[in-house]
Design a protein around this ligand. Sequence first.
Ligand SMILES: [Zn+2]
Length: 83
Amino acid sequence: MIDSDATVSWDTDDDDDVAELTEDVLVFCPYCGEGVEMLVDHGGGAVQDYVEDCTVCCQPWAVRLTFDSDGHPTVSATTLDDE
Ligand SMILES: [Zn+2]
């Protein structure tokens, strides 16, 4: 009795629902001032705090990501130096 899984269907449809859950937001680096596009994740909660390195100058940002009631993301990046 061979139970091979022969019904493999290659789904080449290009409808990526995942795009609904993430969004690019422009953030300005507090160190070098460059605008960097960040991918924000709507599934991570209404307020998200995390550390992310600048892709331009590699300095670490303290990132605060918030979503308003319309689901519009606001991102602020500050330096980690808390003095
Ligand atoms: Zn930078």
